[in-house]
Design a protein around this ligand. Sequence first.
Ligand SMILES: [Zn+2]
Length: 260
Amino acid sequence: MSLLLDSPVSPARDLTGRTVVFVHAHPDDEAIFTGATIRRLADAGARVVLVTATSGELGEPRVPLRGRTLGQVRDAELERSADLLGVQRLVRLGKRDSGIPVGDDPRAFVRADLPALARTIAALVEREGAEAVVGYDADGIYGHPDHVAVHLLARHAAGLAGVTSYDATVDREHLHFAGAHLLGQAGAGAEYGRVTAEIGVALAATPRELAVKRAALLAHASQITAPMLDERFQETYELEWYLRRGPRAVLDEMNVHALV
Ligand SMILES: [Zn+2]
């Protein structure tokens, strides 16, 4: 672990003309799991398209809503986070947060026609000329039904478009020794993420990337407050992890793991 943390960060590459599509379940997931990666891609000249399935309507608000719905508040927070991270295009699928346990809302993301949505995303990938789709691991990182649906959706879309897919995950062993992660607040059990040996791609944020990630996390003020991040922030959030399916693509070029 310390060897990874001490590793020099890969030199910045010119990724002009390269495009990656990230698929996320709720506003804030893009920052929590992939914020430093998105910022690095954008800084290197790549185009990042962020697809978000829901507005996270069933989150627990930590601020007064002042007449707005939580979904409206979180949509605005997502725009701010996406700006900070350098996202060039934000696409909302307009589905409803399914919640845990899943409620009976027929508009819930988990009840959506996932094959149809996958075709929509595959068409987006093709129009954008994207080389990779990023989703979540098969367990949705920590089991949230909307995250599991994102896994299925991103994998299916990448398959239809014939591009590499990356599953964002977390290194369970690393986080065991790090500070309190937001996953703990989300009720993740002991089996969240993956073990180190399963993870093929890891990115270590530079101090600047980590500062931007922190700002993007705090842009989600209805969900994330500074005291939730302060304890051992660097150790807990500076690494981002991925599993790859398909040929090596852009995230492998930013890999700091020497495993594959
Ligand atoms: Zn989420």
